[in-house]
Design a protein around this ligand. Sequence first.
Ligand SMILES: Cc1cc2nc3c(=O)[nH]c(=O)nc-3n(C[C@H](O)[C@H](O)[C@H](O)COP(=O)(O)OP(=O)(O)OC[C@H]3O[C@@H](n4cnc5c(N)ncnc54)[C@H](O)[C@@H]3O)c2cc1C
Length: 482
Amino acid sequence: MIGGGLAGLASAVALAEAGLEVRLLEKRPHLGGRATSYTLPDGSEVDNCQHVTLGCCTNLADFYRRAGAEGKIRFYDRLYFADRRGRRSTIESSWLPPPLHMAPSFVSFGALTLADKSGIARALLVVAWSGGEPRGIESISMLDWLHRMKQTPGAIERFWRVVLVSALDEELARTGARYGIDVFWKAFLGSRAGYRVGIPSVPLGELYEGCREAVERRGGPVRLRCGVREIRLREGRFECAVLDDGSEVSADACIAAVTHNALPGLLPKEMGEEGGPLEGLRHLRNSPITGVHLWFDRTVMKEPFLSLLDHTTQWVFNKSLLYGGGAAGGAKTEEAKLGGGKSGTTGQYLQLVISASYDLVSRSRQEIIDLCRRELADVLPATREAQLIKATVIKEISATFSPEPGVDRWRPGQEIGVKNFYLAGDWTRTGWPATMEGAVRSGYLAAEAVLSGFGRPRKFLQPDLPFEGLSKFWARRRIARG
Ligand SMILES: Cc1cc2nc3c(=O)[nH]c(=O)nc-3n(C[C@H](O)[C@H](O)[C@H](O)COP(=O)(O)OP(=O)(O)OC[C@H]3O[C@@H](n4cnc5c(N)ncnc54)[C@H](O)[C@@H]3O)c2cc1C
C-alpha cells in the first residue's frame, strides 16, 4: 500500500481484516493525508483543516467503526446559520416524512425571502420527484441548472451557494450539476438522517490510531517517512516499489493510494501521456481551501458551529466546545472546560473554513486574519473586545479536485490494465466528489479488486442510507425507469 491517507488506510484495514499481510508506505511522518492533524511549535495540536462528515457518508462511518474511532465522532442534528447582521436561523429535521422533513425549519429560515423560498422549494421538488436525477444535468454546471430553475439571486447566494461551496469546494459556475444535485438528494431529501453533521471530538490524527494497530496485528508494518520514488512494472504487472533511499519493496499486489498529482510521476511516463490509462488526470483541476485558526482570550461563541451567510468565511467551528464534549454548553461551563484544554490557554479556540478560496491564495496571512476578524465581529460581537492570543492560517492550495461538469470521464477506475496493481484515492471514479467518503469508497473498491485478483472475492463497500417516505417511492420509480 502506497499512501496513508483515508483511501490507503481504508484499503489497508479492510485487507488486514481479510487476513492479508499489508505493508503500508507513507512518505509523511503521520497518517491521514489531507485529513490529518499536527503539532505546532508551541505544543498545540491543530487539524490541517476542520473536517466534517454527514449522515449519508455510510462508508466513512463503516471505516471509523473498523478503525475503532466511531466513538470519537459526534453527530449534530441542528445546523446553525448567521446572516450579515448576526441574525441566527437553524435547520433541523421534523416528524414529516422525507423529502418534507426539513420543511418547517426551512419555512421559518429568516435569511430568505418568500420568493427565494418558493423558488428553492420548487427546485428541490424537481430533484426529489426525479429520484435525484433531473433530466439534462450531465454536462451543465450547477449555476446553469439553478438559472434553468429560475432561482432568485438571494436563493442562489444565501442557500445553494452556502451549502454547495463548502460541500464541494468549488464555485457554482464550475460545479457539475450532477454533483450539486446529489448533495441535496443524498443529504437533505432522501432520508431523515442524511444531513446530520458528524464532527470529530479529537484532533484528526487520533482517529487513525486503530488503523496502525489493525495492520500491524496481521504482521504488516506501517512505515512513516517512507516515500516511494518509483512504481516499477514489468511485462504488464507490478514488480516493486522503489523507495526514496533506493531500496525496493516487492509484494503480491500493490495499491497506489497517493494523490492524482503525485501518481503519474511514480509510473512509466507514457501511462500519463495521451492514449495512456492515466491521460485523464491531466484534466483534473485543483481547488483550494483555507483554514484559519484563532485563539481568543475569552469565550466568544456559544454554538458548536456556525455557517455564515453573506461573508467570505463560510464556517466557524467552536473547537473548544467540540473537543470539550458538551454540544450546547453555556459560556460558564465552556470557560471552565477550557482551563488546561488542548489549546493550552484559557479562552476559546475557533477554526474558520473558506472553501474554493481562490481569492485568498495570494493574500498575506495577516490580511486573511484581519478579514476573518472583521467578519466575526458581525456575527460574534464578543470578538470585538476579545484579545486574539494566537492565529494560524493554513492554505491548502490543492485541497480537492474540482468537480467540474463531466469530470467523471477523466477519473480512472481502480484497475488500469496492469496486473496486481490498483488505484485508490478520492480522485478515482467512485461517483463521489473529493471527500473522505469518496476516499474510503475508493479504498474499499481497491481492496475488493485485490481480493478478486487473488480469487477470494469479498465485499467491503457499504450501501447508501435507505431512502425514506416519498423519496423512497420516487427513488424506486427512477430505478424502474432505468
Ligand atoms: C483543507 C481541506 C478540508 C477538507 N474538508 C473536508 C471535509 O470537511 N469533509 C470531507 O469529507 N472531506 C474534506 N476534505 C477532503 C478530504 O480530506 C480528502 O478527500 C481525503 O482526505 C482524501 O484522501 P486520499 O487518501 O484520497 O488522499 P490523501 O489524503 O491526499 O492521501 C494520499 C497520501 O499519499 C501519500 N503520498 C503521496 N505521495 C507518496 C509517495 N511518493 N510515497 C508514499 N506516500 C505518498 C501522502 O503523503 C498522503 O498521505 C478536505 C480536504 C482538505 C485539503
